[in-house]
Design a protein around this ligand. Structure first.
Ligand code: SF4
Ligand code: SF4
Length: 414
């Protein structure tokens, strides 16, 4: 299954000024039909766990932000989101981020919340999230859509299960402890089983999800291997024939990845890394021919550091706030990127289409200076070949030695 990678949508939460923040990522899963009498006790258990966890994290690893990925479905997802939102009020702003991940495009997903009560709950839940991302339709569903037929929603829930598992270090599951060996695809037990069943395939999937964060991949895999699934016992109204004692509700159990799996994944990771770093050991040919292709084309981001913003504003001889207002956009309220001109083939705002030159060339951002020696393009020979299709300078001109490539690559992670 091809998962979307997190490059663009989650990037602002993972990087600041080109530096990887190494966030602690929690994914959330759970039943929709929580037994109503259990809700209060569940909230209490979650509150205690999260408050304790955030206190330790804010003391021991305060530079690592905490990110929650949550499908925002009725029931468990929304309950966890509410508790996270309450508890985070006691911690520094921006330390804990809540991101809604829809299993399908938003216009399809909102159909799950069509009656007035669930619609209102969903709208309330969306008010507390910091950002939302929507997974695309699977290939099969896209074909159904193109033919005007109904999509298979269950396929999208399986995609969400994969995405949540492959994107997180830790999993929070509000689970009734049933069906672990025979889970319904895309359901809570399935997400939990996928999380614990960390195989070679999961490793590849995880790496694909995080391409092109190459220097961070090892850290990301280690975070995942050292993470845990924390389950909270959650009875469901659909399977409860009689009331149960409330003291068992919210009881937590922690599951970790077994040691032998851990060791085997580390070995595979070492092998993969060795292969990846070797392919451009002999250097690569590159010489810009000034076609301007990398400053135009599909929408994207040209990230700026504070220092670069100041330099460009000085170069243009305008105040910083005017520069930011006129030439940049704030992405998710966190990070600035240069504006593009949609009416003109998404040209960068500083691209002069007549001369095909950058109008701030001497002070252009590091992202532009280091092209095409970006993590994402050096990931593999295939990625480099793809880049060379749009950049005629690749594979031309002088040989750039490995050491020089590495200096440029490490300047910024793109
Ligand atoms: S696409 Fe390549 S050759 Fe064209 S301007 Fe950009 S770096 Fe130069
Ligand atoms: S700042 Fe200059 S080099 Fe960078 S994308 Fe814009 S026009 Fe191109």
């Amino acid at each position: 299954m091809n998962l979307p990678n997190l490059t663009d949508d989650l990037r602002p939460f993972f990087f600041t000024d080109g530096k990887y923040l190494n966030p602690i990522i929690f994914s959330v899963t759970g039943h929709r039909d929580i037994w109503p009498d259990a809700e209060e006790q569940l909230q209490k258990s979650l509150w205690e766990f999260l408050d304790g966890y955030f206190k330790i994290a804010s003391k021991e690893s305060s530079s690592r932000p905490i990110v929650f990925l949550d499908g925002m479905a009725t029931g468990a997802d929304q309950l966890v989101a509410r508790v996270v939102n309450e508890v985070r009020g006691n911690f520094a702003p921006g330390f804990i981020t809540l991101i809604a991940v829809f299993p399908m495009p938003e216009e399809d997903y909102v159909q799950d919340f069509s009656d007035p009560e669930t619609q209102k709950e969903f709208e309330d839940a969306m008010r507390i999230v910091d950002a939302k991302i929507a997974l695309p339709l699977t290939k099969n569903n896209q074909e159904l859509r193109n033919r005007g037929e109904k999509i298979h929603r269950s396929e999208q829930y399986v995609l969400l299960a994969e995405f949540l598992v492959n994107s997180c270090n830790n999993l929070i599951a509000l689970w009734d402890r049933q069906n672990f060996d025979n889970p319904k695809k895309g359901g809570t037990a399935d997400v939990l089983a996928r999380y614990l069943n960390f195989t070679n395939e999961s490793l590849i999937s995880l790496q694909e999800t995080f391409v092109p964060y190459r220097d961070m991949e090892r850290q990301i895999v280690l975070n995942r291997l050292n993470g845990a699934a924390i389950t909270f016992y959650t009875p469901r109204s659909s399977s409860l024939s009689q009331p149960i004692p409330l003291d068992s509700v919210g009881e937590s159990e922690v599951f970790a990845i077994p040691e032998h799996v851990h060791n085997s994944i580390i070995k595979q990771l070492n092998d993969i890394e060795k292969d990846m770093r070797n392919w451009y050991q002999q250097g690569l040919h590159f010489q810009c021919v000034g076609c301007g292709g990398c400053c135009t084309g599909a929408p994207g981001y040209v990230w700026l550091t504070d220092e670069e913003e100041t330099q460009i504003a000085e170069f243009l001889n305008i105040p910083l706030d005017e520069f930011e207002k006129t030439y940049t956009r704030l992405v998710y309220g966190l990070r600035r990127s240069l504006k593009e001109i949609p009416q003109s083939n998404y040209d960068c705002v500083f691209f002069n289409s007549e001369t095909k030159r950058c109008s701030i060339y001497d002070v252009r951002p590091a992202q532009c200076r280091t092209w095409p020696f970006w993590d994402s393009l050096l990931e593999s020979p295939k990625a480099w070949d793809e880049a060379s299709k749009s950049c005629p300078g690749c594979n031309q001109g002088p040989l750039i030695p490995f050491e020089e490539i590495e200096i440029r690559r490490k300047k910024i992670s793109v």
